[in-house]
Design a binder for this molecule. Structure first.
Ligand SMILES: Nc1ncnc2c1ncn2[C@@H]1O[C@H](COP(=O)(O)OP(=O)(O)O)[C@@H](O)[C@H]1O
Ligand SMILES: [Mg+2]
Length: 195
């Protein structure tokens, strides 16, 4: 045992993931039906031309309905692709007819040769995460991919996360590289954070 912040993150990840894994199908469906309307009603989303989303993984909230909405709203949809060698995400444009390919951890992703988008082109980014607090802090799965991606964010990019209530904790342990989000929506919360 040590007192590094990382040890607190690891325990918290395990706890929150276990709670999220226990949610039943009804709770999941109900959460999506409460969260999605609030997400797509945000002025930041409505005004966005280019939207970055992600494919839900494991027991994460199903992002499929959001991705469909982005496409039917005729916005530019981009999804991340994992570059494991560089430990980085690249963002690529995705059209409705495109077939995603299997990436690491079984997450479907754009192919490497699809048009790449720069962070400064993204108006709205849906940020995944394992645990969140009500100061806008998040922790992910422990590889820091979104911290590195969001380190290059522009001031005009809105960073929003959706999560189940069971993923919200009193205080997420943080380190200096951790990037905050601007808003968190759950079944019962719709919090905006100011830096
Ligand atoms: N901007 C960055 N530049 C370099 N390394 C980074 C950056 N952001 C995060 N990392 C590294 O990623 C690793 C995992 O970060 P951590 O915050 O623990 O994971 P997560 O955000 O996925 O929960 C850490 O070792 C951290 O140093
Ligand atoms: Mg982090």
């Amino acid at each position: 045992m040590n007192n590094l912040p990382e040890s607190g993150k690891t325990a918290l990840r395990q706890q929150v993931l276990a709670a999220r894994d226990r949610l039943g199908a009804d709770a999941r469906r109900q959460a999506v039906s409460r969260i999605l309307p609030q997400l797509v009603a945000l002025p930041a989303y409505r005004g966005a031309r280019t939207v970055a989303a992600y494919m839900g993984f494991g027991s994460e909230i199903d992002t499929g309905p959001f991705i469909e909405t982005v496409l039917s709203d005729a916005k530019v949809l981009v999804l991340p692709r994992v570059d494991a060698a560089r430990r980085a995400l690249s963002l690529h444009q995705v059209a409705a007819r495109d077939r995603l390919v299997a990436g690491p951890w079984g997450i479907r992703e754009p192919a490497a040769d699809w048009p790449e988008a720069r962070m400064d082109e993204i108006d709205f980014i849906l940020v995944p995460g394992v645990a969140f607090d009500r100061r806008g802090q998040r922790i992910g799965y422990g590889a820091g991919y979104y911290d590195r991606l969001l380190a290059g964010r522009q001031p005009h990019t809105d960073c929003v996360a959706i999560a189940f209530d069971c993923q919200v904790v009193a205080r997420v342990p943080t380190e200096p590289h951790d990037q905050r989000i601007d808003r968190l929506i759950t079944e019962t919360l719709n919090d905006e954070f100011f830096s």
